[in-house]
Write a new protein. Structure first.
Length: 432
């Protein structure tokens, strides 16, 4: 556990459920349709009632704090001594049933880039970043274009498609699989496994097991036959890691890169099909594609809420008394929407969004998404959108915009489906 500041005297905290903010079920339930039908309005109401740090209740009335203030988010993600990403500190573990539904999302201590802290986290991070530096931007773009064309060939002659299921979800899986060193023949199995994981339904566990087994096979094969791929570069890194650590890191990279990138593609295409500001993208003006993508990161944040951070000692944050071991959920979307970073004292919008990238879509600080991974995700998303609009320039929604549905989750913001229609076009010559 991080050491408290000099002069701090430890005081045993009261049981968190008795915290006045949470007592009697007064916390905001972290569930319900408004998180996916009207998140902006919901966050405004929470901010008006509770301020920038909101007492919330997870399933089973488990208490936590949701940080939705921009300044408070910066403080939490910057101060990793006071707010480490160490779930082992959580003061609620002993109260949770074994089948508590969010256990897999919170996770326990594991020797991976996502669940380690301090020097051990830095060791994993440096290995992953050094390996990702070997990825050629030109080769990455080539992979994206080829695989995007292959997916489009599967439905371009029909004149209609579900962009989420048939394009946005599978494209990141196929690109990441190539970067990791999987043969293309494994693509369909990985697409199904990752889609099952993302949907979180009855087949999610089976998908997770399949995914883990394939990563283990990949690591074993790269010991025997290394190549110009991320797995081989990680295995060649001079510092020693166990096979378990390699497998867990590769699973974390792939899982973290899949759904947010898929949602980035889907949400950006939805925006360009429904918002007149970006209509030029549909007539060949590529300038508005990155503008739309950046708008999504601000206004339609892919991961709305991220778990989490845990208080290493008693403190105050945003006017709330935070106890040792309390969980703080990162309300990335809420912080991005904080009016303090968009509106001046005179009430005018500052225009901060525009080309500004000071959002929290990739989190911030020591545990933010590695910069190299952000670049990979951006390339996959941008090239995927460019190829789609180049080949299907007359694409349009097949249903009214109001009929589009979001994933029913407080944590994620992707579309469940994006049905479109377009003028049928033949597959690229020589492929079907």
């Amino acid at each position: 556990m991080p050491a408290p500041p000099p002069g701090y005297e430890y005081e045993a905290p009261a049981p968190p459920p008795e915290c006045p903010a949470h007592a009697g079920g007064n916390g905001v339930p972290l569930s319900g349709p408004r998180f996916h039908t009207d998140p902006a309005g919901h966050y405004r109401e929470m901010r008006a009632q509770h301020g920038p740090v909101v007492p919330v209740l997870l399933p089973g009335d488990v208490p936590a704090w949701l940080v939705i203030g921009y300044q408070e988010m910066y403080q939490v993600t910057t101060d990793s001594r006071l707010f480490p990403r160490d779930s082992g500190l959580w003061n609620q573990w002993e109260t949770l049933p074994e089948d508590w539904p969010l256990r897999p999302m919170i996770g326990g201590r594991q020797p991976s880039i996502y669940y380690t802290v301090g020097a051990e986290h830095q060791r994993h991070l440096e290995m992953v970043q050094a390996s990702m530096e070997n990825i050629s931007p030109l080769e990455l773009r080539t992979h994206c274009e080829e695989l995007a064309d292959r997916l489009l060939d599967g439905f371009c002659a029909r004149g209609e498609a579900d962009i989420i299921a048939e394009y946005a979800k599978p494209l990141p899986v196929l690109v990441l699989a190539r970067l990791l060193g999987f043969p293309d023949s494994d693509g369909q199995g990985l697409i199904k496994a990752m889609s099952d994981l993302a949907d979180g339904g009855a087949e999610a566990l089976e998908g997770f097991q399949y995914f883990g087994a394939k990563i283990q096979e990949l690591v074993a094969s790269k010991y025997e036959s290394p190549g110009a791929d991320l797995t081989s570069w990680m295995l060649a890194y001079p510092e020693h890691f166990t096979d378990e650590e390699y497998v867990l890191d590769l699973m974390a990279i792939t899982a973290a890169g899949h759904l947010p990138t898929a949602d980035w593609i889907g949400n950006s295409i939805r925006l360009m099909l429904t918002d007149d500001r970006f209509a030029a993208s549909l007539t060949g003006n590529r300038r508005s594609i990155p503008e739309a993508m950046n708008e999504v990161l601000w206004e339609d944040t892919l991961t709305q809420i991220l778990a989490g951070r845990w208080a290493a000692w008693d403190t105050w944050l945003g006017g709330q008394r935070i106890r040792t071991g309390d969980m703080l959920l990162l309300g990335l979307a809420g912080a991005n929407a904080d009016p303090k970073v968009h509106v001046t004292d005179e009430g005018a919008d500052t225009g901060l969004r525009g080309g500004n990238s000071a959002h929290f879509a990739f989190s911030h600080g020591e545990f933010q998404c590695p910069f190299q991974a952000q670049e990979i995700a951006e390339t996959i998303a941008r090239v995927g959108i460019e190829v789609l609009l180049d080949r299907l320039p007359e694409i349009d929604l097949a249903v009214p915009a109001g009929a589009l549905a979001r994933r029913p989750s407080a944590f994620l913001r992707g579309m469940t489906a994006l049905p479109v229609r377009f003028a049928p076009t033949p597959p690229i010559e020589g492929r079907s």
